[in-house]
Design a protein around this ligand. Structure first.
Ligand SMILES: [Fe+2]
Ligand SMILES: [Fe+2]
Length: 352
């Protein structure tokens, strides 16, 4: 079947312009106008982002015409509402799933994922602690786990919420662990490396991502990725005949259980070792910086230099954001080329 033309991407939509394109339905709600008449609120998704849309006329009929996860071809107008772009849909038709190229609708990590996976494989091989090395090797012997680990997002929203996000997050943590153990050589590197790779492995079952939008599975909502991760590890330990709760395995499991740092964030125990403490901080840092990078993308067209994000309810603040990292890097590069300086030390950006 010939694939349908995608049309415009969400990131390219500007207020005042007509919009023609195919999008995936991320959510739909039948809402009420002030006069009591219904309208349809739809969240549309593609690989470049998501956007709110409204269908004002004939709401009940349109509401029944498509479901979450369907692909729809729309004709719409882009308007500005509450400082955000919103679509007013004037016409729509459903598009069969076979008629679309799925890669247009799933956001994907900007990282080189093959390189990131090589980094994980290398890190496993370099683990000196035999129990940890055998455990990790055995887990990834499972082709299904390996395949899912290479594609899973790290979250539904917030951080690394795209295909390959989990692997990108893991590769970042491996780099950060390298930096931290250089400064604090008494920290147990093998434990931190194993924790970087395994702490979020439960996300391969917590989230679904084959069909947009990225969402929680029933198992994920009901159990959470920490519990699922421990289950994956325990099953593997049984396969290789290792004791479940002793030595470095126990310490690793403690980090996985405590990596969210607080009970109200889903960790059943608080970090109680130096490595658990450090790991929680690194994990939190990588997640939060990735979240802020996402805000920079959204704020991209708002002007030059620093700019304010929308109010972030979760963090109870606005963020004051610099130009995109890429822009800064390009500026820096132009500057050093001007001066013909040879970089003496690798910067943080070279290491991450
Ligand atoms: Fe986590
Ligand atoms: Fe994480």
């Amino acid at each position: 079947m010939k694939k349908l033309d995608k049309g415009i991407y969400i990131k390219d939509i500007v207020p005042g312009k007509k919009v023609t394109g195919v999008f995936c339905v991320g959510a739909k709600n039948l809402l009420k106008k002030r006069d009591g008449n219904p309208f349809v609120g739809v969240t549309l998704v593609d690989c470049s982002g998501q956007i709110e849309a409204r269908i004002w006329d004939d709401a009940e009929r349109h509401f029944e015409a498509f479901n979450k996860g369907d692909f729809i071809s729309i004709e719409a107008e882009a308007v500005e509402f509450n400082q955000k772009i919103q679509l007013k849909i004037n016409g729509l038709s459903q598009v069969p799933g076979e008629g679309v190229d799925i890669s247009h609708f799933l956001p994907t990590s900007p990282c080189d994922l093959d390189k990131a996976w090589n980094k994980v494989e290398r890190a496993i091989k370099e683990i000196k602690d035999a129990s940890l090395r055998v455990l990790l090797t055995n887990i990834f012997k499972d082709i299904g786990i390996k395949k899912a680990f290479k594609r899973a997002p790290a979250a539904k929203r917030l951080h690394h919420a795209y295909i390959g996000g989990l692997l990108e997050h893991v590769a970042n943590l491996l780099d950060l662990v390298k930096l931290v153990v250089r400064k604090y050589p008494y920290l147990k590197k093998d434990i931190l490396v194993a924790a970087s790779i395994l702490h979020d492995i439960g996300k391969i079952r917590e989230l679904s991502w084959d069909i947009p939008p990225i969402d929680y599975t029933d198992e994920g909502r009901l159990m959470g990725h920490i519990n699922i991760g421990i289950e994956i590890i325990d099953r593997s330990l049984k396969e290789i005949g290792l004791n479940e709760n002793t030595g470095s395995i126990l310490i690793l499991k403690h980090i996985i259980l405590s990596h969210h740092g607080q009970r109200e964030y889903g960790s059943p125990v608080l970090p109680m070792t130096e490595e658990a403490m450090v790991f929680h901080l690194l994990d939190d840092m990588d997640a939060k910086l990735n979240f802020l990078s996402g805000l920079k993308d959204v704020a991209k067209d708002n002007g030059e230099g620093y700019r304010w994000s929308d109010y972030q309810r979760l963090f109870e603040r606005y963020f004051y954001l610099p130009p995109e990292a890429q822009e800064l890097l390009e500026k820096e590069k132009a500057h050093s080329e001007d001066k013909k300086e040879e970089p003496t030390q690798p910067g943080l950006w070279d290491l991450l």
